[in-house]
Design a protein around this ligand. Sequence first.
Ligand code: 5AD
Ligand code: SF4
Length: 470
Amino acid sequence: MVSRVVAEEAPGWPAADVPKTFYIETFGCQMNVHDSEKVRGLLEARGYSQVPSPEKAGMLLYNTCSIRDKAEQKVFSRLAGLKRRSSGKTIGVLGCAAQHNGEAIFKQAPHVDFVCGSASYNALPTILDRVESGESGVTGLHLDTNETFDTPRIERDRPYSAFITIIEGCDKNCAYCVVPFTRGPERSRESGAVMAEARDLAGRGYTEVTLLGQTVNSYRDPSPPGWSFARLLDEIGRLPRIRRVRFTTSHPGDFSADIVSAIDGNPSLCDWVHLPVQSGSNSVLRAMRRTYSRDQYLRRVAMLKAAGRTIELSTDIIVGFPGETERDFEETLSLLDEVEYASVYSFKYSPRKGTSAAEMPQVPEQEKGRRLRELQERQRRIQLRRNAALIGREEEALVERRNRKYGQWVGRTSQNRVLNFTDPSALAPDRDLRGTYCQVRVTASGPNSLVGELVSAESQPAFHGLHVLN
Ligand code: 5AD
Ligand code: SF4
């Protein structure tokens, strides 16, 4: 018998082919995904080029998340794994875990050359100057409240759908959350700059934009037009060639009736709202410092449900927040039944350093796990039932990618449901449908997605650069 020894890990990676190459890996939310697009633009403007794997890159960047302990541990284990293999490479840690852990990162991972927090991207060019001249241990950790929006160049991942930052930071101070510490205080961007970016994107063939902010609907225009969030939404939705406008994440406390009227009156605004509730129990909401009660939240939901077209809702829920009793948890379950969300992101509470909830008496881990499973099962049944009711309907999908294994195209409906579909009559056998809007008949459904058949496809989208898609 021939035995083969397979090395678990390559002993060391080869030196970079080209000196100015970088690899970037992004963890966490859409805000981080978009920050990485900004970092990429900045690096490419400095003459760097991106490579798809760490082996051949001269610089390795990790844009990190610290919202829950698991996310942060993932980053540290990635850094630990690099220790032996990355000699000669520059390593940078960006984002929320960089901000949250600061210089402690160098202690835990001495091979890291620089850390730059998510509110300090302004400082990145200076940091890179120092790193390029051979310095290590460089930090950019100020919670910089200066204008950080108008990055000179953004290299976006997709040529048809774009993120636009309209508000940074958060002033809400929920008892469990690190975001106010990692991203700094809330600051809105001038409406003129937002509109200019949206117009430029439309001119370059983008048809979908997603407005981003930790509390996106708390947006208040700091410049003279003084637009409300609803006005900004409506104006962007009226731009020629913009077909879909989304926004995330909304805070229920600031969710006003004019937002619903804007969605109702403007078909370009998607009929989907992500409205994190976190808990269905008043006492937990109070302890979380969420600023609204269950009833106030449900009134916002009623307002959305009373709109002229069906606006679908999704939410975030934390189970096992300190002090959450079985009864509190049951109130969250009953809220799921009452609202019937299209989807729910649910998490076990994770204590975060520096937040007040981390000091409170904790719910045992096993109990959190049980509650999470129970909640997910309850919601799964709701989604199964609701998605099955869509069978037979025709939906419009913006196509995101091809799933070669199943011979399907993967798109998203305006209501943010994933729709996998085939082209049974070979309407467009050789056509690349990515970035196009397709009419699709729904033929089957599961808890998390729909399945369908193409009815009609549009002509090719007006953008170039599909090479970035796979
Ligand atoms: N533990 C668990 N989940 C959290 N979230 C934020 N902080 C924590 C935490 N400490 C969840 C909230 C938020 C989503 C982005 O992450 O539900 O809406
Ligand atoms: Fe965190 Fe609360 Fe701000 Fe959301 S609103 S980012 S949960 S502090």
